[in-house]
Write a protein that binds this ligand. Structure first.
Ligand code: C2G
Length: 128
């Protein structure tokens, strides 16, 4: 049993989010998901449709997810990895290379993202 962690906003939850959480879980067997808080999303220049409370509740309800923690800043990953005894850090490959500094603490895996879906695309389709 390996312990896996991944991070994200998970706004307007969609199949791309589900796919990566399912695959992240399959890599280890125990999955921690750090969901970006509303305050951190402002730092990421993201305006969320769903508040943190709802985004976290949706992620926490998934069978693939064992624990949800808040993501408050860019700097907490090493502590999260240590505090949760993480073996594998997973992100979609739109983040390739960006988190390689974590390789001294755990395995770093970038998984192919799901084509043709994104929160932004959903918002744009709804505007038409
Ligand atoms: N994702 C995916 N396929 C998509 C869209 C997203 O696999 N079509 C993945 C992303 O690569 C990411 C996760 O789903 O691994 C969450 O995506 P977002 O909610 O957009 O999160 P993001 O803004 O990338 O925040 O510290 C890291 C950040 O919090 C990541």
């Amino acid at each position: 049993m390996k312990r896996v962690i991944t991070y994200g906003t998970f706004d307007l939850f969609h199949i791309g989010h589900l796919n990566i959480l399912k695959r992240a879980k399959a890599l280890g067997g125990y999955l921690v998901v750090a969901v970006s808080t509303d305050e951190f999303n402002l730092i990421k220049n993201k305006i969320c449709t769903y508040p943190y409370r709802d985004r976290a509740a949706i992620v926490e309800a998934l069978e693939y997810v064992d624990k949800v923690i808040p993501e408050n800043n860019w700097e907490q990953k090493v502590d999260d990895i240590k505090n949760n005894d993480i073996d594998i850090f997973v992100m979609g490959n739109d983040w390739t290379d960006k988190f390689d500094f974590l390789k001294e603490h755990c395995e770093v895996v970038y998984l192919p993202i799901t084509d043709g879906i994104s929160t932004t695309e959903i918002k744009n389709k709804l505007k038409k």
